[in-house]
Design a protein around this ligand. Sequence first.
Ligand code: ZN
Length: 482
Amino acid sequence: MRVTTAFSKLLRLRGVWVKKVRFELDRVVVEVALRRKKLQCPKCSYSTWARKDTRPEDSVWRHLDLGVWRLEIHCRRRRLWCPVHGARTEAVPFARPGSEFTRDFECLVAWLASKVDKTTLKRMLRIDWDTVGRIVKRVCDEELDPDRLDGLFDIGIDEVSWKRQHKYLTLVVDHLRRQVVWGCEGAGAAAADEFFAELDPETASPSPPPNPPEQPPAPGDAKRPAAWPEPAIMVPFGPCPTVPAGHGIQGAWLQDGLELEPAMFARARRLHAISMDMTGGYAKSVGEHAPQAIRCIDPYHVVQLANQALDEVRRDYWNELRGAGDPQAARRFKDSRWCLLKKPEKLTDQQAATLARIKTAGGEVWRAYTLKEAVRGIFEAGLSLEDVEVLLKRLLSRLARSRLKPFVRLGKTIRKHRDGILAAIRLGINQGRTEALNNKVRLITRRAYGFHSAQAALALVLLTCGPISLHLPHELHALEMG
Ligand SMILES: [Zn+2]
């Protein structure tokens, strides 16, 4: 077998044949030529026989390593004139436009980025972290399910920091599919507005209509006026014998004087419930764009606030100890942070022992701990709405009488958002369900801390927690072979 034939088989690059192979000091260079004669625009589907010119030098892509060798693909590309995009270098089937890596290589990077830590990936593939970021962004742009914003019903909107210095991503979670379906840089009302603008590009307007258009009530609705006609079967030319009763396209009559309102068909208007934090930024935007949706508070955020209150009490106490000239006790106490914040069932033996000591010592920190656990307790699985209402009432009075400032404050916040918290319980947006995804998102954003761009961090979150399935190169090739 000739060496070029052997390499054609080895590399399995789509749409090329191997012209030449040469071994250099630290790499194998494979020269290839495109099989197709037509030139393809990299930005659109335009293709042409007309060549503008040929680039003066080879383009280079890195492919999957060959044993310990780095492997480079070299190809001389032509340029074309696209009526929309102007002069462009032709696209190649084995690599994404603008990339210096083959699709196979990028698919390996994306898979690994979603599974392993930064150091492992960089060392294994010999690439820097920002290159990983650019690859992840390209893969995400191409592979993410384009219909991911269809059929949303119960969603959550939340922010997560992707870098130190208060840089945030806003993420939208589909509670039913348990996936992150959308994201953007930034936080608060502006970020939520951006989501609604993308959800309904046609109807997006900076200010909401003064009166939300009334939707025709569904059949069987008590408020439905008697005069409202039944939905009709629309048949083009009179009764049609080939359409059995109950089939066909459903239509409905509009009331006299009622204009067809495009917002009626907006995807935002079909949202049933939206969960969020207690800061109010997202709530404002949701109120404008999806006024019908039930606004609820993610239990996750309530527990998070309780943890913060506990940490405040603990810190004050620790500073007091240190001020009182007891460095030994202060040091012992500093290590107690995690055993206080962790769930009791997840403590190590040593942490459990520390917790027991805090209990024996009693005092403010132990009281704060029991209050935090009481907050967590109202979101335990298996509680009915009535149970939670009783627990919540008891909790609020306990917090108000706690004489611990952070917890009195927490009580006021919880009281203010009581309805939203109960709505979350009623709709089954419980802690366990959202927590797993939340923890995963936070793990991934910590991994993304090294990226320079928010877009790369967002892409990594979507690749890992979004509607996308990542495969390894050999799995994709197996799929292609059928
Ligand atoms: Zn084009």
